[in-house]
Every structure is written in structure tokens, then in C-alpha cells.
Design a protein around this ligand. Structure first.
Ligand code: AMP
Ligand code: MG
Length: 377
């Protein structure tokens, strides 16, 4: 059994950023810029007024009405804001300047924001709304970015039925595929739902034939040690297993390897395990494919209010709600931490880490928590 760090290291060593494509500017949101952006013009492109007012010295002792953002007329060197003037109205032939101002007042020089030739954004930057604004300012109608990965999502299990089916004895609904699809999308990839494979070699083979068209395959279930846990068998048959167990809870049975050259992350079937292992391992994979260099969620020290009293030997990732109170972060766990208790995910914004080796956390103890709703660092 390997540690979470080793698992992540082994996984990421196999993952590279995808190809560069050109996308229309509005579609670049959340993607990673693939080229440096160099200004081809001065921005602002012309000296303009920062205020509504009067441009002074158009000719000695004359002035001209000007609005914010308008080009400064030739000969003018200063804008006097309207509040510091008096005139009888817009048609007035005269304006009285109530207060002297320094030359250059309220003029935004050409190139004050960006100079022609200046590098404004570096390749590898994540494109958010503010970057979109700067790209638009510079006239980038389309943007070179690293392509969004397509991720095949496959549920497994004879007992698993689809969400719109009636529950029958012994059946459970496929929650994992929907949860993972949403999480994959939130991580910036395009999910490709492949439904549910039966617990047979034939059914899995058939699904994988389609899955290998994608950039990453994520399965849930079928990676433990039972006779129906066939995902590993197929991976060994059609590709290679890198590892299949991690020293963590929830989520010991996680398999990683590839099929037909496509990385395959085999997550556990238990929904909480699938959710937590996706956050810790799947999301960084997608971010790396997207070209991000910041892959991991930040960790903070928290005071654990209600303690964690079980003595698992594996590292335990406890779902918790972390809040800032009285000068420090406090964590309250979300109740029953069984890997089938999906409601323990609700309201959780963090994973409190209880180290391996049977460490106990008592109420009031300090622990590290992974902040799931903070951006990666
Ligand atoms: P497995 O690893 O295949 O034995 O699955 C472990 C547990 O997770 C079993 O109780 C399964 O019924 C459950 N499970 C497997 N796949 C899913 C799924 N797609 N949605 C919800 N629960 C699942
Ligand atoms: Mg199963």
C-alpha cells in the first residue's frame, strides 16, 4: 500500500498538458493561456480625459467641453473637472475656472496602462474574467489555450441502476457517475458519461473500447479484491497497472494505470470514497492536463471542535465544515464518517487530515485541513 503523496506523484508523472488550440475569447474562461500576450498597441491608444470637464489651453485662454474617455483635443494639456468650473449652460460661450490646477491634470496619457511591446500575460496563466477583459482590450478575438480534456466516466456493478429507474430489491442508483460528472466539469474538463458496465469482462471491454477515445478514464467500483472487481483485470489485460491501493480512508482501493495509452483512474465504489479520491487525485490530474501549474488545494491549521475518536491505521480524510472564528479556523466534522454516508459530504468544505498510524484527534486539538472551496495554490 502506498501513501497518498506517492500515489499523486506516480499519477502526475504520467500526465502531460494537452494540445494547444485556438478558441473564441468567451470560451477561454477557465482555460490556460498557451502563449505570452504582448501588447501591439499603446493602451489607452490616445490621451484621454479622466473626467467630464473642460480641456484648457486649446488655444491661449480658450477651453473646450470634454467628456470622460474622450480624446484630449490638440493643444490641450489639462482637463479641469466640471465641478471646478461655472458656466451658464451647455450652450454657454464662456466658462469660469474656479480653481487653478496643475498641467496634465485629469489626462490619461497614451500607453499609461500597457505599452506597445510590453508582455502583459504569461503563457501558463489561468484565464479568468479579468484576463478576458485585458485580452479584449488588446483585440484578441480568439485565444491560444490548452485544450479541455474529455473524461470518460464509467460506473460498474450489476446492482447499479440509472437514476430514473425504479428501485428494486438489491439495487442502488448510480450516484457516482453523476457526482463525478459534476466534479469533472467543475475541475474544467468535459465529462463523457458512459453509463454502467455490468460485472463481466465482456461488458467492461465493450465500455473501454469507447472510453479510450477520451483523454482520461475514471471508473467507480470494481477495484477491490472481490471476484467481481474486474477493472484491474481489464487494465492488466489491455494496458498496465501502476498501483491499486492507497493508505487512506475513505478510499483504499484506488487503481491507477492506463488502457491503450489512456490514463485510467479506478476510484472506489463507495460514493464518499469516490468523491474524496476524486478531489485528492482526479482533480489534480485534470488541472495538469489543462496546463495548470497550481494543482493542489491549500491546507490550513484548524482547531477541531468535536474531535475524531476512531483509531484507523490509515490516513483519514474527515469531512468537515471549517469556519473562521475568533482569530483562527475551527473545524466541525459532518457526523458519521462511513464511506457510504453521502450526507457527510453535504455542508463539508474541508477535509481534516488525521495522520496514519492510529493518531487520535481530541476536541480542541489542532490538525491540518484541506480547503475544498479555496483555489489551488
Ligand atoms: P465495489 O467497489 O464495486 O464493491 O463497490 C463498493 C460499494 O459502492 C458497493 O456498496 C456498491 O454498491 C457501491 N457502488 C458501486 N458503484 C456505485 C455507483 N455508481 N453509485 C453508487 N454506489 C455505488
Ligand atoms: Mg462492484
Amino acid at each position: 500500500m502506498i501513501s497518498v503523496e506517492e500515489a499523486l506523484e506516480r499519477i502526475l508523472a504520467e500526465i502531460a498538458p494537452l494540445a494547444v488550440i485556438q478558441v473564441p475569447l468567451p470560451e477561454a474562461l477557465g482555460l490556460v493561456l498557451a502563449e505570452d500576450v504582448v501588447a501591439q498597441e499603446d493602451i489607452p491608444p490616445f490621451a484621454n480625459s479622466a473626467m467630464d470637464g473642460f480641456a484648457h489651453e486649446v488655444e491661449e485662454c480658450t477651453a473646450m467641453r470634454i467628456i470622460t474617455g474622450a480624446p484630449v483635443p490638440p493643444g490641450a494639456d489639462t482637463v479641469i473637472q466640471v465641478e471646478l468650473t461655472r458656466s451658464t449652460g451647455p450652450e454657454s460661450e464662456e466658462v469660469e475656472i474656479l480653481q487653478a490646477v496643475a498641467p496634465g491634470n485629469n489626462i490619461r496619457p497614451a500607453g499609461e496602462d500597457m505599452r506597445r511591446g510590453q508582455t502583459i500575460l504569461l503563457h501558463g496563466s489561468e484565464i479568468g474574467p479579468w484576463e478576458i477583459g485585458v485580452l479584449a482590450t488588446l483585440g484578441w478575438a480568439s485565444v491560444p489555450v490548452i485544450r479541455r480534456p474529455r473524461v470518460a466516466i464509467l460506473g460498474t456493478g450489476d446492482e447499479v441502476i440509472d437514476v430514473d429507474e425504479q428501485l428494486r430489491p438489491g439495487k442502488i442508483r448510480n450516484s457516482n457517475s453523476y457526482l463525478l460528472e459534476a466534479a469533472v466539469q467543475q475541475a474544467g474538463a468535459e465529462p463523457h458519461r458512459l453509463g454502467i458496465a455490468r460485472d463481466t469482462v465482456e461488458s467492461l471491454r465493450e465500455k473501454f473500447t469507447e472510453a479510450v477515445q477520451d483523454n482520461l478514464i475514471i471508473t467507480s467500483g470494481g477495484v477491490s479484491v472481490g471476484e467481481f472487481d474486474l477493472v484491474k483485470n481489464i487494465m492488466a489485460e489491455q494496458g498496465k497497472i501502476n498501483f491499486w491501493r492507497i493508505n487512506m480512508r475513505p478510499g483504499k482501493p484506488v487503481a491507477f494505470g492506463h488502457i491503450g495509452g489512456v490514463p485510467l483512474l479506478g476510484l472506489p465504489g463507495n460514493p464518499v470514497s469516490a468523491a474524496v479520491t476524486f478531489e485528492l487525485l482526479g482533480r489534480p490530474v485534470i488541472r495538469k492536463m489543462l496546463g495548470n501549474t497550481r494543482l493542489l488545494r491549500p491546507q490550513v491549521d484548524v482547531v477541531v471542535e468535536d474531535g475524531v475518536s476512531d483509531v484507523a491505521m490509515r490516513r483519514h480524510y474527515v469531512r468537515a465544515r471549517v469556519e473562521w472564528r475568533d482569530g483562527h479556523f475551527v473545524a466541525r466534522t459532518t457526523g458519521n464518517q462511513g464511506s457510504h454516508i453521502t450526507t457527510s459530504l453535504l455542508n463539508a468544505n474541508a477535509l481534516v487530515i488525521v495522520p496514519e498510524g492510529g493518531v487520535e484527534v481530541h476536541p480542541g486539538d489542532t490538525a491540518k485541513a484541506i480547503m475544498l472551496d479555496w483555489p489551488e495554490v
